[in-house]
Design a protein around this ligand. Structure first.
Ligand code: HEC
Length: 316
């Protein structure tokens, strides 16, 4: 019975892709012979042919896959099962966000007090927050008022609403960066994603952001059109160009700890900071996970020994 069931299941699985293929095959001759079933189909075929002709004239036959270039793998302090944060790097990354990215991007889910995890003292956080003004209220007369920020306030956003943000950035809203390191990842493709399971690769998000920030400055290849108000970047995930101009240049941010003031270093630092913001408890999660695995292995051995003991007196 069991055998029959599994044969049936296997046959079903094998049949699915076959039937899809058969359908594809059946449709093709229709288009090729011009023997079309309905006027709408005829329209689709005609339009497709037109597109193909245009594309052939311009010298590119099909829409390319984005991103045009895959991000390279960066060696992060937080990667792997024993990854840890480099606090000095996170502080530098926050500095880059504060001095550069915060002109356009909000980080609505990070409060000043959360920054204690980067190694700042309570006093440092209070004075940092005090440099910002936030809107509060309403007061006793029903008016909104402004006051200096405190530790429990969230990082203030550069624009009051998405419409204002879009109006200042050629129609594109700069996304909130709180979770961006977990919200973007370039597909790794077969067979890399299989190896990733064994190498424990989980840094596709940070690798993407790092590649994007360092990916400006190349000339677009022939056939790639860059619309006005967008900037060519072969690492951008959904097109050849994006509405963000190159945000950071050499020597733009002055580091006090002597770290190199290069685009490469700035990008690594701000990306590490964004990864921390997206998953502040990542290193605790990894440490707990490791202990859990050890526990499970020991427990499995114990269970096996107990099972042998319990069944020891039962004859086979
Ligand atoms: C001049 C304004 C401006 C500055 C400064 C800026 N950005 Fe952007 N950023 C944008 C805009 C606009 C977009 C949306 C682009 C689009 O969708 O075409 C964007 C998009 C992004 C994206 C998302 C890309 C995607 O895959 O959708 C990331 C990540 C990003 N910015 C990171 C940064 C970082 C990190 C900094 C600081 C080093 C920074 N940005 C500074 C305007 C800016």
């Amino acid at each position: 019975m069991k055998k029959t069931l599994s044969v049936l299941l296997a046959a079903g699985i094998a049949y699915l892709p076959l039937s899809a293929y058969a359908q594809d095959g059946a449709q093709e001759p229709v288009a090729a012979t011009g023997d079309v079933a309905s006027p709408e189909d005829a329209g689709v075929v005609a339009v497709e042919e037109e597109h193909a002709a245009e594309a052939a004239e311009e010298g590119h036959a099909e829409t390319p896959h984005y991103p045009l270039k895959k991000p390279e793998e960066v060696d992060w302090s937080f990667d792997g099962p024993f990854g840890t944060w480099d606090l000095a790097q996170l502080q530098r990354g926050f500095q880059v966000y504060r001095e550069v990215c915060s002109a356009c991007h909000s980080m609505n889910f990070v409060a000043f007090r959360n920054l204690e995890a980067l190694g700042y003292s309570e006093d440092q956080i209070s004075s940092l927050a005090g440099e910002y003004t936030v809107q509060d209220g309403p007061d006793d007369t029903g008016e909104m008022f402004e006051r200096p920020a405190v530790g429990s306030d969230y990082l203030p956003a550069p624009y009051p609403n998405p419409q204002a943000a879009a109006a200042s950035n050629n129609g594109a809203v700069p996304p909130d960066l709180s979770l961006i390191a977990k919200a973007r990842a370039v597909e790794r493709g077969f067979p890399t994603f299989v190896f990733d399971i064994f190498t424990q690769y989980a840094e596709a998000g940070p690798d993407y952001i790092h590649a994007l920030l360092t990916g400006y400055g190349e000339e677009p290849p022939a056939g790639v059109q860059v619309m006005d108000g967008t900037y060519y970047n072969p690492y951008f995930i959904s097109s050849a160009a994006l509405a963000m101009p190159q945000p950071i240049y050499e020597d733009q941010v002055t580091y006090s700890d002597g770290a190199p003031q290069t685009v490469e270093q700035y990008s690594r630092d701000v990306t590490a900071f964004l990864m921390w913001a997206a998953e502040p408890h990542m290193t605790e999660r990894k440490a707990t996970g490791f202990v859990t695995m050890i526990f499970l292995i020991v427990f499995a051995v114990l269970l096996f020994l107990v099972k042998r003991r319990v069944w020891a007196s039962t004859p086979h």
